[in-house]
Design a protein around this ligand. Sequence first.
Ligand code: AMP
Length: 501
Amino acid sequence: MPNPLYDALFAALARRETPLLLLQDGREISGVVFHAQIARYAHALHSLGVRPGDRVAVQIAKSPEALAIYAATVSMGAIFLPLNPAYTAAELGYFIGNATPKVFLCDPAKSASLQPIATTYAVHLRTLGGNADGSFPDLAALQSDDFTPTDCAPGDLAAILYTSGTTGRSKGAMLTHDNLLYNAQALAQVWQFTAADTLLHALPIFHTHGLFVASNVSLLTGGKMIFLPGFDAETVIRLLPKATVMMGVPTFYTRLLDTLGLSQAAQHMRVFISGSAPLLAETHVAFEAQTGHRILERYGMTETNMNTSNPYDGERRAGTVGLALPGVELRLIAHGAEVAAGEVGVIEVRGPNVFKGYWQMPEKTAEELSADGWFLTGDLATRDADGYITIVGRAKDLIITGGFNVYPKELELLLDEVPGVMESAVIGLPHPDFGEAVFAVLAPRKGATLDPAAVLAQVAQNLARFKQPKAAVVVSDLPRNTMGKVQKNLLRAEYAGWFKK
Ligand code: AMP
């Protein structure tokens, strides 16, 4: 019996003498060396008691070793559970208690503070540092390179990824071998990846984007990765000449636009891909002006992997997330029915990409995943006559003011066009008369000074009265999480009292 992910992503590495990973300091790691590490790590995890179906939780720095832990875990039929290094001990207590992993790997510096959690939940705590230091590599060094993967079925779990949990508690999204494999195959096909590609990988690998979209697609197609510990614009520009493809969140691209040498470094590239948060149409246009490349934007989420992508050969439309991927059914629903072209509806998706449900939360699963397989994404969008999807915001960010719906994206696009405005976030705040009132948070361009009232006056002429923001503030930067998403929940909390009497 096979192991679907091991067979597709890692098996061939055992015979690959050529480089798989190129590191920031110039070191290269061949497929053979990486495969031997997978083997030793799998034996080390086994010696700690990990068996098929067990969870292996990691909160470690991005490194080749961290990628090898992922590979080792799925190869032995266990379930990989990566956690954002930013989580505190209190937050980790929740994740470890909910997922009850057999092993928890953490940074050596955090081991003492996490030991009480490990003791409470009877988890083996081992350490793995960013420089391959720690008690886990020491244990792995004693193991053999001989390796036989563990058989598992396509529907078996390969990973649990916790959602970012901006509303309520984080939920563990259960992803199967098949979910991940199907999505990597679809993306590789749509984006025309081959073994000749070198992917510049500066994304974190505790999230679906860096772990699955980036790493899996490259591993599946036999290419190389320039595997960086994080994003630094100068380093990326220095290394771009060695790459053919880059994947990033929108903030990577805005930062690259502000860095010298981009146009020269980007010339030979095959494609730049963006996702995880909306790419401003303005960034798309500026990037094309500087580099000649039209950024290819795609859309997905932890629970569904990727759902849509702009075409590689066809028209990449700025401000849209493109077309449904092959095999993914996508519909837009409002008031219980599919909307007409151009109308706003909540995106629902069905297909081999859609997860199996939330770990140990059957009620939450039932709320968002219907019995016939449709997942309610909570993203609002329109679809044009050609099938291109445009995201207009999250359903929970929809503002209902005096009984009227206001879609923040429509206003944000107008505000962003006002001279001096770099970007904006439009939110609804509690209001004694209107229920919610429209409120704008503005971030100025470098060196610009903004008068909130003057900005609002400029957009007012193009907007029905109920949509016009009732107030605005200027901040130096919008709050974002590590994936570049604007954290509107923080803004709503900060300004909650603005309209209260
Ligand atoms: P996560 O589960 O952390 O990957 O977050 C998924 C959410 O990110 C989606 O539900 C969307 O709201 C948002 N998202 C992802 N890609 C895009 C995109 N290209 N444009 C706009 N929003 C996006």
